[in-house]
Design a protein around this ligand. Structure first.
Ligand SMILES: Nc1nc2c(c(=O)[nH]1)N[C@H]1C(S)=C(S)[C@@H](COP(=O)(O)OP(=O)(O)OC[C@H]3O[C@@H](n4cnc5c(N)ncnc54)[C@H](O)[C@@H]3O)O[C@H]1N2
Ligand code: MOO
Length: 415
């Protein structure tokens, strides 16, 4: 247990830019490559661990696209306009054979009988008893769904990293695939630190507050591919260290909130070192969220978020969410931009994250400022649905400027 911590742990010198911190977060997050097999019915929202190759073609056989009559036109130099109707083929029947010189009744989805090359819609014929009179403008080869025209057997239909939603379920179901290899959910443990914290429902002593960061982050980060556990400890160095030592054994990402600043009760950085962790980033030139740290804790990624709710939430959106995608083996989300509907000025030495509401105006995504300012304000955050990233170099933002935005709910914008 080191009594003296390395210099870098509290040094002002090591404050990194927001973009450098983004890169450092990604460098920490290598895919875990852990997978499990799941029945398709339970795989909704999960991520494919391997590409899917089509075990059969779609359609699997040539079939009728309309209710009508299967006939043979090709190479006949014209067909008689009246044909006897022999046989009937319905969806699900095994493929039959077209009697020479005859038409076969056929329903949508039924296998085309061998010898037939065209389906004539029943609206384009006149049926008289066992005979059918064809129209004059016969087009050879029409109204047939060809085997393999949708999916060729052996082709890769879904790539690794694809999230299984309704479209993917349709495709896998049509291919007869009932079990898929998916990435096992990541395990995130959130440790909220603070002697002032109480859980909702408990009586609140004077000076104490309810823990909102724990439930907030659990909701922000959990999903079909992420299991979240949330714990709380007081501002006690031994309690925080013990909790970290225990959590690092089971979690893929360990997140703490608060205890990151310079006050007497701020022990998280020291506790990470005592628990055997190393911090790659100890401070970020951003507002809110400056006292933010991340690094390694055993095999887990460690992220120490500041205590103020906006700082904790916005840092989780900017750093933890991309880390989560990378650990799950997914491509980074596309960076989104919006047009600013406000002006803004700030100091040049830091990136600013502003809560905004996104609105589509005249076909363009537009960001409207939510206020008032203050990283302790939860109501301001509750009125927003995204944050705008104002880069440190851009000290004056004019209305109409196009800047990167991070939506609170990324799923609307994912491919
Ligand atoms: N002298 C300085 N003071 C502060 C600085 C600084 O640079 N010098 N930075 C300020 C900034 S910026 C932030 S952000 C906070 C970060 O502080 P900590 O991460 O150490 O967090 P705490 O001081 O423990 O708490 C801050 C604030 O957040 C409330 N909090 C904490 N946990 C929760 C929770 N789970 N749910 C809801 N609210 C929570 C806590 O009660 C405090 O009000 O430091 C500034 N100070
Ligand atoms: O991260 Mo602090 O909340 O900037 O204000």
């Amino acid at each position: 247990m080191p009594a003296v911590l390395p210099d870098c742990f509290h040094s002002e010198r090591v404050m990194v830019s927001f973009e450098a911190a983004r890169q450092a977060a990604m460098a920490l997050a290598w895919p875990r490559n852990l997978q499990e097999d799941l029945p398709l019915a339970l795989a909704r929202g999960r991520i494919l661990a391997a590409p899917i190759e089509a075990p059969r073609s779609l359609p699997a056989f040539d079939q009728a696209a309309m209710d009508g009559y299967a006939v043979c036109i090709a190479g006949k130099g014209g067909v008689p306009s009246v044909l006897p109707v022999i046989g009937c083929s319905k969806a699900g029947d095994p493929p039959g054979v077209l009697a020479p010189g005859a038409a076969q009744r056929i329903m949508t989805g039924a296998a085309l009988p061998s010898g037939a090359d065209t389906v004539v819609m029943q609206e384009h014929v006149t049926r008289r008893g066992d005979l059918v009179q064809l129209g004059l403008d016969l087009k050879p080869g029409v109204h047939i769904r060809r085997a393999g025209e949708d999916v060729a057997q052996g082709s890769v239909v879904l790539g690794q990293g694809r999230v299984i939603g309704w479209k993917e379920i349709a495709l896998l179901g049509a291919l007869g695939i009932d079990t898929v290899a998916v990435v096992r959910p990541l395990r995130i443990t959130i440790l909220t630190t603070g002697s002032e914290l109480h859980a909702a429902g408990e009586p609140l002593p004077p000076g104490a507050i309810y823990d909102s960061n724990g439930p907030m982050l659990a909701t922000l980060l959990s999903g079909p591919n992420v299991d979240v556990v949330s714990l709380t400890v007081p501002d006690d160095p031994t309690a925080i260290t013990r909790a970290l030592q225990e959590i690092k054994e089971t979690a893929d990402i360990v997140i703490t909130t608060a205890g990151m600043s310079v006050g007497e009760g701020d022990h998280v950085r020291d506790a990470v070192a005592r628990a055997g962790g190393e911090l790659d980033v100890v401070k970020v030139a951003m507002k809110p969220g400056k006292p933010l740290a991340f690094g390694k804790l055993g095999d887990a990624c460690f992220v120490g978020l500041p205590g103020n709710p906006q700082a904790a939430a916005f840092s989780a959106l900017a750093f933890v969410r991309p880390m989560t995608r990378a650990l799950l083996g997914q491509e980074p989300a596309n960076r989104m931009t919006a047009e600013m509907a406000f002006t803004f000025t700030h100091k040049p030495d830091r990136t600013e994250l502003l809560p905004v509401r996104l609105v589509v105006e005249r076909g363009r995504l537009t960001a409207h400022r939510c206020g008032p300012d203050g990283s302790h304000r939860i109501m301001t955050m509750a009125c927003a649905d995204a944050i705008v990233i104002v880069p440190n170099a851009q000290t004056a933002v004019e209305a109409g400027a196009v800047l990167e935005v991070l939506p609170f709910d990324q799923s609307h914008f994912d491919a």
